[in-house]
Design a protein around this ligand. Structure first.
Ligand SMILES: Cc1cc2nc3c(=O)[nH]c(=O)nc-3n(C[C@H](O)[C@H](O)[C@H](O)COP(=O)(O)OP(=O)(O)OC[C@H]3O[C@@H](n4cnc5c(N)ncnc54)[C@H](O)[C@@H]3O)c2cc1C
Length: 496
């Protein structure tokens, strides 16, 4: 007689819920323990006075990955999420007062580019085609599959792949082959910040981000990114997955070199045949597992930057803003160095605004606005004197000043309420190490593929990981892929 296997998942982030579905579909009994009141983690939602905010993730990028993973979950992504493709993808405001529409409309793009730099449209086409080729190659060879052994990763084919992906050229150097105009160079490289990276430090293959944005577009799910969580939740519940909210896990129990379950903060022990940790991987090693050398090694790895996020309920709609608006402010390069080297913030930081009312009136009361301002900020670093109240003020002053310059002169008078998430807030809300919300582990070439912490513990063979800090990486598309890859591995390695 087959006895049903029992899996416990720690965390109801996108990675945890998607893994739960994959396993439940195969007949495994799944229980999810989540420390917060609600699911979603860094893709949660907040509703206040009729204003609906996506707390973290706001852009649905790389829809081909969503479609692929959703179809494995038995879902039709476009139908379930009722997506629309945003046009333009976003509006960029430069420090010199000009702006640029990051459009997928070739004619509009051509006239903008040629006005800025004659001859640049054909260069743009080459850049986008090559960037998208990097995306396809990475999915096939680097991000979209499990590496079970070192030699699955280090082989002739992959060395060739790393060369093809131009891993040795920095993105900001590579872009100079295509554009001379400084604003265009910024417009097509700032996207590294999506994965918490300095574009001046990371390799050319991250041109896959703007490449995928132009070729595949950026989608908006009806009622926002939290719909991804809602759809996954209803599917998981339909399959009998049990969720236990407000139930923090305090320990992963170990017996005879295996895990045999978890302990909750109230002391209750829950037995399981296998555990999947969706909570941030370095946090799991340092806080939930016995002390080990791996944990010390994880401490020394590179972490992504963090974010100061302001959510504003505003009693007026500002036509200057698009659904997504990016403000790239001067001094731009120094601003990056401040975040990544000095672990502080420039007085005039670059930032991004999500203003969903432009595509979805239900995000705010009539004639009002719901604005989320994301200011990339340093990770928490105890070796540096970081006064977060001061940094918050610097970020806020910089944002308000820049919005006034862009014509929103009365913005301060129209903010009805404000909620602010600092790196410390992210750390305590999701247990994400160093508040490094775009990782937590950074996506350097030495922290990707086989070199990223594996999705199975090397010693406790029935302990698996799914989420942003394991293979393949962070951002909802990769976290969905992580759930798929981890589940594939589990189903290959355990006998059901
Ligand atoms: C400001 C911001 C903007 C972003 N923008 C985008 C974007 O536009 N597009 C995009 O694709 N991605 C974006 N991201 C990234 C995206 O949100 C994350 O990649 C994704 O949500 C991570 O999912 P996860 O499941 O790996 O982790 P998490 O969402 O962190 O989920 C882990 C879960 O584990 C729970 N947990 C932790 N410890 C315990 C414990 N001890 N016991 C029980 N439960 C525990 C946490 O509460 C959490 O719910 C953004 C992130 C942020 C913060």
């Amino acid at each position: 007689m087959n006895i049903q296997k029992k899996a416990v998942i720690i965390g109801a982030g996108v990675g945890g819920i998607a893994t739960a579905i994959f396993l439940a579909q195969k007949g495994i009994s799944v229980q999810v323990y989540e420390k917060n009141l609600n699911p979603g983690g860094r893709c949660s939602q907040m509703i206040q006075e009729g204003h609906r905010f996506d707390l973290g993730a706001t852009i649905l990028l790389m829809p081909s990955i969503y479609r692929n993973v959703f179809s494995g979950l038995g879902l039709d992504m476009d139908k379930e999420l009722q997506t629309t493709s945003l046009e333009p993808v976003y509006k960029i405001f430069f420090g010199d007062g000009t702006n640029f529409s990051f459009t997928r409309d070739s004619e509009k793009m051509k006239s903008q580019l040629e006005a800025l730099e004659p001859g640049s449209f054909s260069q743009y086409e080459k850049y986008v085609i090559e960037g998208y080729a990097f995306f396809k190659l990475s999915i096939k060879g680097l991000l979209g599959k499990n590496f079970y052994h070192l030699f699955d990763f280090i082989n002739f084919k992959n060395v060739f792949l790393l060369i093809k992906l131009k891993t040795w050229i920095k993105h900001t150097e590579y872009i100079k082959r295509f554009f001379n105009d400084r604003n265009l160079q910024m417009a097509f490289t700032f996207q590294n910040i999506y994965v918490g990276q300095n574009p001046y430090k990371q390799p050319a293959f991250f041109s896959m981000l703007p490449g995928a944005e132009i070729i595949e577009g950026a989608l908006f799910p009806k009622r926002g990114m939290y719909q991804v969580v809602e759809k996954l939740m209803s599917t998981a519940l339909g399959l009998g997955v049990e969720f236990h909210f407000k139930n923090p896990v305090s320990k992963i129990n170990i017996l005879n070199n295996k895990t045999d379950g978890i302990q909750l903060e109230d002391g209750t022990n829950i037995q399981a045949d296998l555990i999947i940790a969706n909570a941030d991987l370095p946090y799991v090693y340092s806080q939930l597992l016995p002390k080990s050398r791996i944990s010390a090694r994880l401490n020394k790895m590179e972490y992504s930057c963090s974010a100061i996020v302001f959510h504003w309920g505003v009693d007026k709609v500002y036509p200057q803003l698009d659904h997504h608006s990016i403000f790239l402010n001067d001094p731009y390069k120094k601003g990056m160095e401040k975040i990544f080297n000095d672990k502080t913030l420039s007085d005039n930081p670059s930032f991004y605004i999500h203003a969903p009312v432009r595509s979805d009136k239900s995000a705010a009361p009539e004639h009002q606005d719901t604005l989320s301002i994301i200011v990339p900020a340093p990770q928490l670093d105890a070796s540096v004197d970081q006064d977060w109240q001061k940094l918050k003020q610097t970020a806020r002053d910089g944002v308000i000043r820049r919005l006034k310059e862009a014509g929103m002169t009365d913005i301060e008078e129209h903010i009805k309420f404000e909620t602010c998430y600092l790196p410390k807030t992210w750390e305590s809300y999701c247990n994400v190490t160093n508040g490094s919300v775009f990782g937590s582990l950074s996506h350097t070439i030495l922290q990707m593929g086989y070199f990223r912490p594996h999705n199975r513990h090397s010693k406790y063979k029935n302990l698996y990981f799914s989420g942003g800090s394991t293979h393949p990486g962070n951002g909802i598309p990769l976290v969905l892929l992580s759930a798929k890859l981890t589940s594939e591995r589990i189903l290959k390695e355990i006998t059901i």
